[in-house]
Design a protein around this ligand. Structure first.
Ligand SMILES: Nc1ncnc2c1ncn2[C@@H]1O[C@H](COP(=O)(O)OP(=O)(O)OP(=O)(O)O)[C@@H](O)[C@H]1O
Ligand SMILES: [Mg+2]
Length: 255
């Protein structure tokens, strides 16, 4: 078990600092590690943080940012409270930032690269669902990329263990929710932009943007997304089916 050494946390060089979450570099530069620190005044959230570690820890998967160590410390503030530290591999940034880079360079994502991104993400979700975990917060900011532009799922703060949920229907629904969110992310990757989804205009907005994706890539891509963005969860594909479809598209379109 890896121990977190607080002296190795570079508190003066935060990479991310918003609300109660802060990300700091950890150790020497060539260690390629960061520590995510969450501060909370309420001691009762310890369970929630431990859940994040249990579900996101030690996942030996190339498409998941695994939490390598966990440390909870009572803080010195008058009412007590918690500082929780998660040790993770250092990544280059989140998917939103990666899409911004493409936009700034006025670069289009090639079909080959698009399918690589889709495959990374569908693999990550497939592994989680196989491990009986639903992520429940898949979005551009909770997907990170490494130096090779490989995409990885991160941030298990909303994740749930499906084995602990009683209702079979509920379990299935959580996975279908992940697929919807993944479909939205796929669409955002095609559009190189965030998608604002007004619940009153959901169907129209999805349809309009699927047409855009079709124009930019091809009908097979828009059909793949359609299978994930079905309003009726029962009609949404599973991560396994999506992964298989991506493989087929690759064989057909990529030389
Ligand atoms: N391992 C990492 N390497 C580099 N940057 C990271 C890493 N983990 C997170 N970040 C950056 O910090 C941002 C926030 O991280 P994360 O999503 O884990 O926390 P959060 O959403 O603020 O907190 P919460 O867990 O409460 O939802 C990410 O979008 C990313 O930009
Ligand atoms: Mg997050």
């Amino acid at each position: 078990m890896y121990e977190i050494d607080q002296d190795k946390i570079h508190f003066d060089k935060a990479i991310y600092d918003k609300g109660c979450t802060k990300i700091y570099p950890y150790g020497a530069e060539d260690e390629h590690k960061v520590v995510k620190r969450k501060s909370c005044a309420n001691k009762n959230v310890k369970e929630k943080f431990e859940n994040e570690f249990t579900l996101g820890g030690f996942r030996d998967d190339e498409n998941i940012v695994s939490i390598e160590a966990y440390l909870a410390k009572t803080t010195e503030i008058p009412k007590g409270g918690y500082n929780v530290y998660f040790l993770m591999p250092r990544m280059e940034g989140n998917l939103f930032e990666l899409l911004c880079r493409y936009r700034q360079k006025r670069q289009h994502i090639s079909l080959n690269k698009l399918l690589q991104y889709f495959s990374d993400l569908a693999s990550g979700v497939r592994s989680l669902h196989l491990a009986r975990i639903a992520h429940r917060n898949i979005n551009l900011f909770n997907i990170l990329f490494d130096k090779q532009n490989k995409l990885k799922l991160s941030d298990f703060s909303s994740a749930v263990s499906l084995d602990e949920s009683n209702e079979a229907k509920e379990k299935d629904y959580y996975c279908k929710q992940d697929i919807w969110s993944l479909g939205v992310v796929f669409l955002e990757i095609c559009l190189l932009n965030r998608l604002e989804l007004d619940p009153n205009e959901l169907e129209n907005t999805i349809e309009k943007n699927l047409l855009w994706a079709q124009k930019m890539y091809n009908e097979t891509i828009s059909n793949l997304l359609k299978g994930m963005l079905a309003i009726d969860p029962v009609k949404r594909k599973s991560a396994k089916e999506i992964l298989e479809e991506i493989k087929k598209i690759r064989v057909t379109f990529v030389p």
